[in-house]
Ligand binder design. Structure first.
Ligand code: FE
Length: 283
């Protein structure tokens, strides 16, 4: 039986400063309460809007116990890590990094010809059994991300399955669905979502009606949906709508965040800090 998802609550992003002073619109960050399990953090970065100062980035920093997912809309991010990996994340590309037991990396933005860098970073938790696993990257070029065109709707399927397409990012513990959804003015979109999974959507262009009963939401807003198995969205009659849809299975484990680490216990955080001090952080 269909049980439509409705809007449980909305989050208005707040400006935070991270790295070497990068200003980000953060919808949520890691917390012990972990209300959006398995999702830990969602940042919308728009480095040079307005263009005010020199581009700064994220100089070398560690991660442990999580996955970070970078999705670029405009501009590029140059990436380099402690394992010798380097790469350039270009518009439309995604980098799904499983930090596992530990990496040290730097992420430095490079502007588009128009001087802009726009994109999103999502953090997804790892279950206790994988927190100390070997680091892994899935770097996917824009052309490898399937695009599905329906009546008035264009989907880019980054991870998970949607309308017969499978995203190129695979074997992620939270079995997530990560979609970039563009809906033309007046068009609508329906998608089934497993019951019990966390479902959130970040609206970053236009406005539309979400859920059933429907509620109007406009950019820039993070939507948290109630439980159910079906999601319906309709774009406003006079403007297109675009949002990132994220769905994932909660791990229901204790979350203990500390900066760029998210572990299950305080002792594991102390261990991460000791490993950093002792130079044994990266295995
Ligand atoms: Fe990072």
């Amino acid at each position: 039986m269909d049980q439509p998802r409705t809007i449980a609550y909305l989050i208005t992003p707040t400006m935070v400063s991270e790295g070497a002073g990068v200003r980000l619109q953060r919808s949520f960050g890691p917390s012990r309460a972990n209300p959006l399990d398995p999702f830990l953090l969602f940042d919308h970065f728009a480095f040079n809007e307005p263009i005010e100062e020199a581009l700064v980035g994220f100089p070398t920093h560690p991660h442990r116990g999580i996955e970070t997912v970078t999705y670029m809309l405009e501009g590029e991010v140059q990436h380099k890590d402690s394992l010798g990996n380097t790469g350039l994340i270009e518009p439309g590309d995604v980098q799904w990094m499983t930090a596992g037991g530990g990496i040290m990396h730097e992420e430095m933005p490079r502007p588009s010809p128009e001087g802009k860098v726009r994109g999103f970073q999502l953090w997804v938790n790892l279950p206790a059994s994988l927190k100390m696993s070997a680091p892994r990257y899935q770097e996917v070029k824009a052309a490898s991300i399937p695009t599905v065109d329906l009546a008035g709707v264009r989907l880019r399927v980054v991870a998970g399955d949607a309308v017969g397409a499978s995203g190129p990012v695979t074997e992620i513990a939270a079995s997530p669905l990560y979609l970039d959804v563009q809906i033309e003015a007046g068009a609508s979109f329906n998608h089934s979502i497993p019951e019990g999974h966390t479902a959130i959507a970040y609206v970053f262009e236009g406005q539309g009606l979400f859920g059933d009963p429907a509620q109007e939401v406009s950019a820039f807003t993070m939507i948290v949906f109630s439980d159910g198995n079906d999601l319906s969205v309709r774009a406003a009659p006079d403007a297109p709508l675009r949002f990132m849809l994220m769905v994932g299975a909660p791990f229901k484990e204790p979350a203990v965040p500390y900066g760029p680490f998210v572990m299950n216990t305080d002792e594991e955080i102390r261990q991460a800090l000791a490993d950093l001090r002792n130079g044994t952080f990266v295995k």
